[in-house]
Ligand binder design. Structure first.
Ligand SMILES: C[S@@+](CC[C@H](N)C(=O)[O-])C[C@H]1O[C@@H](n2cnc3c(N)ncnc32)[C@H](O)[C@@H]1O
Length: 275
């Protein structure tokens, strides 16, 4: 049987990326990784994955574009509004009992969820004692997140989801529109730290009362999902909350026994780990 050259080249690309830059994608779900790598090949007018590997090895300035292309920073403000509603009604009351609140938003993409959360915390009177650590492994995504600039059509679409999530004002109160873009109110970032953190290789980031990591685990294989969930279990205070994407679960993970379900459909769990 003919060897599948794409598969061999993909292995070599993953190994080269790990050895040259420390990014370990060996435990990413293979089909979506392959699609994204092939997308990079096309985007940069290269002939095959081997050419991409060679350019990445020799041109350090190319790296941010590679990571950006691999990162799928697809998100939207108040995505799955019922999840934000559940955070507001089932998680915020407990957070309100803490004198200071640490929130880790892992895989923050362009910041859509960070701003959504900041707005709801503000309206609940909790923002001033909250510290949000927003992390991603893509510096390009983090730079966009810091800017807080989004297409106006996205902001308009998000208005309804904001209401459904239980927002008490109008979303337009939090941004300034200019032509076809909106800029989110900079004060929403006053308690946000944007930082690079790679869930595949980095360790505990902070002692968190709430970790939001949605639509990131779907890109990982079972072993990396396990590692990530164990990292979250270690990072949460006892009684702290974990919110995953609606297609993600921890039932089969080794860390499952560290959590109890708070809201199944919204994928909100609570740490029950003994200290
Ligand atoms: C589909 S977006 C999810 C955005 C947002 N959480 C949401 O649900 O709308 C996935 C994000 O995970 C980030 N990501 C992928 N692998 C990562 C890793 N190993 N460590 C940290 N972030 C990662 C990507 O850069 C991307 O921004």
């Amino acid at each position: 049987m003919e060897p599948d050259l794409d598969e061999i080249e993909l292995d070599l690309f993953v190994e080269a990326l790990r050895r040259r830059h420390g990014y370990d994608l060996s435990q990413y779900a293979r089909p979506s990784l392959k699609r994204r790598v092939q997308g990079l090949v096309r985007q940069h007018g290269l002939a095959h994955i081997g050419e991409l590997t060679s350019r990445m090895l020799r041109d350090a300035s190319f790296m941010p574009q590679v990571i950006d292309g691999l990162s799928v920073p697809v998100s939207e403000m108040f995505r799955d509004p019922f999840v934000f509603e559940a955070l507001r009604t089932k998680v915020f009351p407990t957070l309100a009992s803490y004198p200071s609140i640490n929130i880790w938003q892992a895989g923050c993409a362009h910041g859509e969820e960070v701003y959504s959360l900041a707005i709801l915390l503000e309206e609940a009177g909790l923002y001033d004692r909250s510290q949000i650590y927003a992390t991603d492994f893509s510096d390009a995504a983090l730079a966009r997140a810091r800017e807080g600039i989004f297409p106006v059509r996205e902001a308009r679409a998000a208005s309804l989801r904001y209401q459904q999530a239980g927002g008490t004002r109008t979303l337009a109160d939090y941004y300034h529109a200019r032509y076809d873009l909106v800029k989110l109110d900079e004060s929403l970032c006053r308690n946000v730290v944007f930082a690079n953190h790679n869930l595949a290789i980095d360790g505990v980031f902070c002692e968190a009362h709430l970790i939001l990591c949605r639509n990131v685990l779907i890109y990982f294989n079972n072993a990396l999902q396990d590692r990530t969930l164990a990292l979250f279990a270690d990072s949460l205070v006892r009684g702290g909350f974990l919110c995953l994407g609606t297609k993600e679960n921890l039932a089969l993970a080794s860390a499952a026994s560290s959590f109890a379900t708070v809201d199944g459909p919204a994928r909100i769990f609570r740490s029950v780990r003994a200290t």
